[in-house]
Design a binder for this molecule. Structure first.
Ligand SMILES: C=C(O[C@@H]1C=C(C(=O)O)C=C[C@H]1O)C(=O)O
Length: 371
């Protein structure tokens, strides 16, 4: 039998020499990464003694920011974050396992977001619904939960925002994903599809394509896109809308790629945890603080509430309203501010803003998503 490692006779000398150098460097890299891992283990021992938590999102953000600032190239700066996230994920796993809950089953965009944020050295805890992600994390069966909060085409994920009002969990990180929807099916053709099964958000995000290419076909909402893919694997008359990863997970053909109406379709996710088990991240230098507030129903109340932000030079990067369901045309406002409550200006602005609100809750403070 031929040796798979043997070099074919027609490979030029020059290429062989370069590959030899790469092999040598890879061994050096491996040795260096192992030295890094041993240091992380030592950090883990100190944390164990102190009884402090392992995952430090602000430190990980600083590590990535610091490397991006000194990257000499030719490696692209956007390649730094995914590489080091994986390295740090593997190092962190030597300190303690990180259990992460997300909307399952395997193959969802939520799972992809969890892997993108924590790296792949995690214990995956797939959940049946967004509510279940919050419940599982609050009950301590997962250390962190990953929940979608907004989509660039469809707007807010209402269920997540509503749960934020009452959950004891808080946000310690954010991450976002380009969402590419594909039509997946057991048979590699568009003919003979009886129903397209997907999460209602995905059906909405592909409305234009479905109307143009499958106008007569039923659109059947299911709990997640990956659940749709699972169902499509069982019934050849069904087609799913899901990620290419879900397609390979369930053995489906990619009948039509990238069918979302908006090619820049992005979803933003929040990373939540239990404040009794995890402290609020410290300032990383590039932070975001999320709040939910309400004001009394009187003219000028919303304006007055925002004045302290302007006065103290704090920028607002998001302002979202949701009905308070009181039947009185009252609203909750979801606000993202730039900065950390340890910044004196942010602290003062928050104190004054709180004074102007009927309801005020800090949902979390965390390092901005680093790419
Ligand atoms: C090693 C540490 O623990 C974890 C792993 C990190 C890393 O691999 O660089 C950074 C922060 C923590 O999430 C640390 O706190 O420094």
């Amino acid at each position: 039998m031929a040796d798979p490692q043997a070099t074919p006779p027609d490979v030029p000398e020059e290429l062989l020499a370069l590959r030899h150098q790469i092999d040598t460097l890879d061994r050096d890299l491996l040795a260096l990464i192992n030295r890094r891992a041993a240091l992380a283990q030592a950090v883990g021992e100190i944390k164990k003694k102190e009884g402090s938590v392992v995952f430090r999102p602000e430190r990980e953000a600083q590590v990535i920011d610091g490397l991006k600032a000194v990257n000499p190239g030719p490696l692209k700066t956007e390649s730094i974050a995914p590489i080091w996230r994986e390295v740090m994920s593997a190092c962190r796993a030597l300190e303690t396992p990180t259990r992460v809950a997300f909307l399952g089953p395997a193959g969802t965009f939520s799972e992809e977001a969890a892997l993108g944020f924590f790296g792949s050295s995690i214990v995956r805890v797939p959940c049946a619904s967004i509510d279940d992600v919050f419940r599982t994390t609050a009950a301590g069966a997962a250390d962190f939960g990953v929940v979608p909060v907004e989509n660039s085409t469809e707007g807010v994920v209402a269920r997540s925002l509503d749960i934020f009002l009452t959950t004891p969990l808080f946000i310690i990180g954010e991450t976002s994903l380009f969402v590419r929807h594909n039509l997946l099916r057991k048979e590699n053709q568009l003919e003979g599809i009886e129903a397209v099964v997907a999460h209602p958000q995905a059906l909405a995000q592909c409305h234009g394509w479905l109307s143009a290419h499958l106008p007569q076909v039923e659109r059947r909402p299911v709990s997640s896109n990956a659940e749709g893919a699972r169902l499509a694997a069982l019934d050849p008359k069904l087609a799913a809308i899901a990620s290419a990863r879900a397609g390979s997970e369930y053995g489906l053909h990619l009948v039509a790629p990238a069918i979302q109406d908006d090619t820049h379709n992005r979803t933003r996710f929040a990373i939540v945890t239990d404040p009794h088990r995890h402290p609020m991240p410290r300032a990383s230098g590039h932070d975001c603080t999320s709040l939910v507030v309400s004001v009394s129903n009187r003219p000028g109340a919303v304006h007055d509430m925002l004045v302290p932000l302007k006065q103290h030079g704090v920028s607002m990067t998001r302002f979202e309203s949701r009905p308070a369901r009181s039947g009185q045309w009252e609203y909750y406002f979801y606000i993202d501010l730039q900065g950390h409550p340890d910044d004196p200006q942010v602290a003062t602005a928050l104190r004054e803003l709180r004074g102007a609100c009927a309801y005020f809750k800090v949902l979390g403070t965390y390092p901005l998503d680093v790419h």
